[in-house]
Design a protein around this ligand. Structure first.
Ligand SMILES: Nc1ccn([C@@H]2O[C@H](COP(=O)(O)OP(=O)(O)OP(=O)(O)O)[C@@H](O)[C@H]2O)c(=O)n1
Ligand SMILES: C[C@](O)(CO)[C@H](O)COP(=O)(O)O
Length: 225
């Protein structure tokens, strides 16, 4: 298992003046929680895409975690997509598949990483995802609702997202050439007409994005989840 952790964001929606992944839950940085979950899955290698300003803090986290395997810090990009591109260039040549994970998803279980990795034995691309609970509205020109998709067909994408490396690299290269901008890696394979499958994710696998998410994550940790 080879894992790339996207940790190079600015956390604008969190409203802080620094990377939200350095905010703490139960006294530990969010990224430390994420790394602990990833390391529990016993990968062969981990890459962390991060902005240079955060490298010293991330190195401190790694020193405390003392991982029994190589963890490389990789320069992040201006977008999540660019950060993943940078991470792909740093992958060990032995990596035929890769799991891409948001550093902001610090509660994903090690079992979920294993489920996604196992699914890659028969799939080109997989994503953790859960059926949506709310009715979703399409509102291209607020406030008027244009469409209500069939809820039974809708799944909320999470991470890990796993891929065959050669295909993911080719799709990212096409995205650069075509100036595609996407919010998850699966969308690149979809645009390139490759099949991507869902793997049942976890209700607790939230992406810490806005301040209330910190309270939810804290409560889940307090309950041992
Ligand atoms: N240039 C970027 C932007 C985001 N990410 C990472 O991608 C994950 C999902 O992104 P998001 O939750 O949007 O984080 P931010 O971009 O930091 O949040 P915001 O959009 O509120 O600034 C996060 O772990 C974030 O660190 C990244 O590696 N490189
Ligand atoms: C990859 C992702 O977590 C799937 O839901 C999501 O698209 C990331 O979006 P963000 O705006 O970069 O947080």
């Amino acid at each position: 298992m080879y894992v790339l952790i996207a940790a190079a964001g600015q956390g604008k929606r969190m409203g802080h003046d620094r990377n939200k992944l350095l905010l703490t839950l139960q006294g530990q940085p969010i990224l430390a929680w994420t790394l602990a979950r990833v390391l529990h899955a016993q990968p062969k290698w981990v890459g962390v895409m991060a902005q240079p300003a955060d490298w010293p803090a991330i190195q401190t986290i790694l020193t405390h975690l003392a991982p029994p395997l190589p963890v490389d810090i990789i320069p992040g990009g201006d977008t999540r997509q660019a950060s993943v591109w940078n991470g792909l260039q740093a992958l060990p040549p032995a990596a035929d598949t890769v799991l891409i994970h948001d550093g902001a998803r610090c509660l994903a279980s090690p079992a979920l990483f294993h489920r996604c990795q196992a699914a890659l034995s028969t799939a080109i691309g997989v994503i953790a995802a859960i059926p949506v609970k709310d009715t979703i509205k399409v509102v291209p020109n607020p406030p008027v609702i244009a469409q209500t998709p069939e809820r039974a067909h809708l799944w909320a994408a999470q991470t890990p997202q796993g891929f065959q490396v050669t295909i993911l690299k080719a799709c990212h290269a096409q995205a650069l050439a075509q100036q595609w901008q996407v919010t998850d890696d699966a969308a690149l394979l979809e645009r390139c007409q490759y099949p991507v499958q869902v793997v049942l994710g976890e209700d607790t696998n939230l992406k810490i994005t806005t301040p209330p998410d910190l309270l939810i994550a804290q409560a889940l940790l307090n309950h041992g989840l």
